[in-house]
Ligand binder design. Structure first.
Ligand SMILES: Nc1ncnc2c1ncn2[C@@H]1O[C@H](COP(=O)(O)OP(=O)(O)OP(=O)(O)O)[C@@H](O)[C@H]1O
Ligand SMILES: [Mg+2]
Length: 315
């Protein structure tokens, strides 16, 4: 998907909500739009499925301008999770999820199976939830139904506006992990709006940082962004702990491991899958100068020192 010098100025507004946005999202990748409130993230998203029209510039999906596509058709081919879940209050959870498949003329059996499958994906037992109405769900559960609904017809493109905003940290982490695992399998092009830097770093193949006035401040993969913020605004936005955030992107198993010696048995042990940030945290908590890295069966693979972690953070 390509944003090509896109400008959006709302009627009666003197300044643009999105100002000269150009960026390319490779097919199958997750692009996170990150930025302060009012910086134009939702507006950028809504132009993709023509819920609002660009004032200038163009957006192309698979080489085709959205201006040449019928808005209704376009919306059917794009899954959209809106900021406040946006379920139809008068429809059951099952009927909410089934909206687009029904419009597309799927037969009843296929629709029913798809609804059950998606409720499972988002961690809501179909027997318990399918027949309820949105008002009978918690905010976080509604949000998960919103995600299931957007996935229903298996669209190639997904727009997700703060889809996990209402979830508690534990559920949030689970749903993020589930979504990433799902994405690994189905490889959709996803534009994902977030306020949360940690979420952006975790979810994004690339992150677009917006600033006031709807201007793009930087567009890069998370590791590049954290290592080399383009300017003071980006550096301040990412926070003073951006070095630590970078460590979340590196696993112990990716480090060069020093062979363990007889004395290293006493070191705290961590699985090779653990991030360097967690490893650093454990070293500080335990007053240890290194950790022992273990494989799936608990065998020691080697040792990573505090100094090596520090260097990886600065590399
Ligand atoms: N329908 C509208 N008419 C006029 N101005 C609007 C409209 N919708 C949004 N705006 C303005 O456009 C700017 C960008 O809004 P937008 O909703 O895209 O921001 P956002 O980055 O999604 O913010 P948030 O993080 O708070 O959701 C804001 O200044 C907002 O007031
Ligand atoms: Mg918004």
């Amino acid at each position: 998907m390509v944003f090509d010098h896109v400008v959006k100025t709302y009627p009666k507004s003197s300044t643009p909500a999105v100002d000269d946005l150009s960026l390319t999202v490779p097919a199958g990748e997750i692009c996170v739009l990150l930025g302060p409130s009012g910086s134009g993230k939702t507006t950028a998203l809504m132009m993709v499925n023509r819920l609002t029209e660009p004032t200038e510039g163009d957006i192309r999906i698979g080489g085709r301008s959205i201006r040449d596509l019928d808005p209704i058709e376009l919306r059917r081919s794009i899954g959209y999770v809106i900021q406040q879940s946006g379920l139809f209050p008068h429809l059951s959870i099952a009927d909410n999820i089934a909206t687009v498949p029904k419009v597309l003329g799927w037969d009843k059996k296929r629709v029913k199976e798809r609804v059950a499958e998606l409720l499972d994906v988002v961690g809501l037992a179909p027997a318990e939830y399918a027949k309820r109405y949105p008002s009978q769900l918690s905010g976080g559960q509604r949000q998960r139904v919103g995600i299931a609904r957007a996935l229903a017809a298996d669209p190639p493109v997904m727009l997700m506006d703060e889809p996990f905003g209402a979830l508690d940290p534990i559920t949030r982490e689970r749903v993020q992990d589930e979504f990433l695992a799902l994405h690994e399998r189905i490889r959709k092009t996803v534009i994902f709006v977030s306020h949360d830097i940690d979420e952006a770093v975790k979810m994004g193949d690339r992150i677009a940082i917006f600033r006031e006035g709807g201007r793009l401040a930087q567009y890069d993969p998370p590791a590049t962004l954290l290592k080399a913020p383009a300017d003071d605004f980006v550096a301040r936005f990412l926070g003073a702990d951006r070095g630590l955030k970078r460590l979340t992107l590196i696993r112990l198993g990716e480090m060069e491991l020093n062979p363990a010696t007889a004395n290293d048995g006493a070191l705290p042990a961590l699985d090779a899958d653990t991030s360097l940030r967690s490893a650093l945290s454990l070293m500080i908590a335990e007053g240890a100068g290194a950790v022992r890295v273990t494989g799936g069966t608990g065998t020691t693979l080697g040792v990573v020192s505090l100094d090596a972690v520090r260097k990886a953070g600065a590399a």
